[in-house]
Ligand binder design. Structure first.
Ligand code: MYR
Length: 228
């Protein structure tokens, strides 16, 4: 099948770039000051099929019913379901932070998609702790523009929710990677992209996390979700 490339997407919508970052205040040169926690870059990857993970293995990491992962997968289409394992890079210097504040830093997430149809793209993010939703964020992408034979959809510099900012900051205070990883075992995010008008599901991406060994930087691995 043509959609079974080594990328997150279908013939209708493909994830091209995804970055969660923090920017430290007080400097002009934004690029230099940006630290990326996680990043999926737009470099084309060889078209080898992705490994498949059985969706039932991760049911308990997300709400199952009432619009949870199991319900969503039951409704399909199953080829629009993906799993991303991120090794997040949490090794970044921050200025002194007063308790409860962010020291003026900006925490954000930007993403970019390519699609074959002009539509209004909506994105729902569910942040989950021990399989229970703790935050839900609903956003609409900028109206698409036409570029190189595709419609391009962007969600740029969406501010990370308070919950995630605090979560990242607390995680950083843990002394060792294994402790961080065991906290992250119970932390997941589910993103669902839909055509806002028809509510057709275009893409569903489940995110799971570990921290990267500091010298390696952020990394990720992409899987398709299947169920036989
Ligand atoms: C929100 O704004 O809080 C919901 C949307 C979250 C999008 C995904 C962000 C990925 C965050 C990675 C943080 C790394 C934690 C170890």
């Amino acid at each position: 099948n043509s959609w079974q490339g080594s990328y997150i997407g279908t013939e209708t919508l493909r994830l091209v770039e995804f970055t969660a970052f923090v920017e430290r205040p007080g400097e002009q040169d934004v690029c230099k000051q940006q630290h990326r926690f996680v990043h999926i870059d737009p470099t084309p990857t060889p078209d080898s099929p992705l490994e498949v993970v059985d969706v039932r293995q991760i049911y308990d990491k997300f709400p199952e019913r009432g619009g949870g992962l199991r319900d969503l997968y039951d409704q399909g289409p199953s080829h629009a379901f993906f799993l991303v394992k991120f090794w997040a890079d949490l090794s970044f210097p921050l200025p002194e932070e007063e308790p409860g504040g962010t020291g003026g830093a900006f925490y954000g997430v930007s993403s970019r998609y390519e699609g074959s149809r002009a539509l209004t793209l909506s994105c729902t993010s569910k942040v989950c702790s021990f399989g229970k939703q703790v935050v839900e964020k609903l956003e609409t992408a900028e109206p698409p523009h036409w570029e190189d034979g595709h419609f391009v959809f962007q969600l740029q510099r969406s501010p990370l929710c308070e919950y995630l900012i605090n979560f990242i900051r607390k995680l950083r205070t843990l002394p060792e990677k294994p402790m961080m990883d065991s906290v992250l075992e119970n932390f997941t995010i589910l993103q669902v992209l839909r055509d806002q008008e028809t509510q057709e599901l275009l893409l569903c991406v489940a995110f799971v996390f570990e921290v990267s060994a500091s010298e390696r930087g952020a990394q990720h691995h992409i899987y398709r979700l299947g169920r036989d």
